[in-house]
Design a protein around this ligand. Sequence first.
Ligand code: GLU
Length: 386
Amino acid sequence: MPRKKKIVVKIGSSLLANSEKLTLRYAFMNGLISDLAQLQREGHDIVLTSSGSVALGLNMIGKRPEDAGLLDKQAAAACGQPLLMNAYRQIASEHNMDVAQMLVTAEDMEERRRFLNIKNTMMRLFENDIMPIINENDSVATRDLRVGDNDRLSAKVAQMVEADMLVILTSVEGLFDRDPSDPDAKFIAEVEDVSAHLESTTGISALGSGGMLTKMQAANMAQNAGVETIIADGIIERPISSLLNRERRYTRCLVTGETASPLKIWLSNRLQVAGTLVVSNDVAAAVRGGDHGISRENVLSIQGDFVKGDVLHVYDETGTEVARGLSNFSSDETMLLARHVDMPVEDVIGYKTKSDVIGAENILVLEENHIPIDAPEDRQKVVVHR
Ligand code: GLU
């Protein structure tokens, strides 16, 4: 048997739920599971990231997608998720396949220990030939702590399991060079540098939270992690086998160049911001020049409530993100150390350690292929007075 592959498949709400009635599309699910069961029989490990809980739960709370607020959606997710899993379990058992549910939050994916724990759970499921079905735990996450779209969530999952392939099934054929309704739009079959396409893609589907933009962001994250992404139409009878047998066109985002180290991948693929630091434009230039950490003297302002080991986003004075790195201190310690630069570290925080807030070995300087994240506007920025 050829080497076993790890494949992450992401299914959008518009494929799972009928857009008018907001009920399950069983025929689609049956075709999908039949394909996935076949792949599993061939020895591959499959993870399914499935949306649909919100769309399927809306009827129960008496709302339409267009007038549902965040709380409605969170309640709908709580109603819809068991409907979704019930259908998956039933259909999978008809194909002699075992499935399991894993609901995760953005925080679970961003915190290293929890990330590794989820990974270990998935590996154990794989050992038992059980397909994990993942969704965001929408009912518990608040607005700013949500991933919000399963496209990027599935890319994090692909990074987590070191997948060979991420397949994002959606309601369009793939990526076009402009709005696909434009008759001159050209289909793009292969993408070498996903980051070059991020700006030209917009648009959100009626039922899901993502659009082509979040799909390209996901493909970018996957590319950074050395995972190939396929974006394809899922409204087709055997959505996966028809792809793998190349019976139709789709967009393939290739893995190019060398894959970065696990730390660099960890720093480049972020879903949310734990804390931010602002440094002077001169320091920013030195950081961009390489081999430069962030010392406590460099810190002009601090935002967020973070702990040692959290990822900090570093901005210059114009608000442009320059770098990201692992913090050696909590936010309170960072503030104290930055305020009292003349005092030894030990006298300020009570224990002896190195003084850099981010060490040069733990920093990622943002390049073209990294998507910058703006500093959150709703969190107070505390200026360091010296
Ligand atoms: N987690 C949401 C759901 O299950 C969907 C997020 C998305 O549309 O990507 O309905």
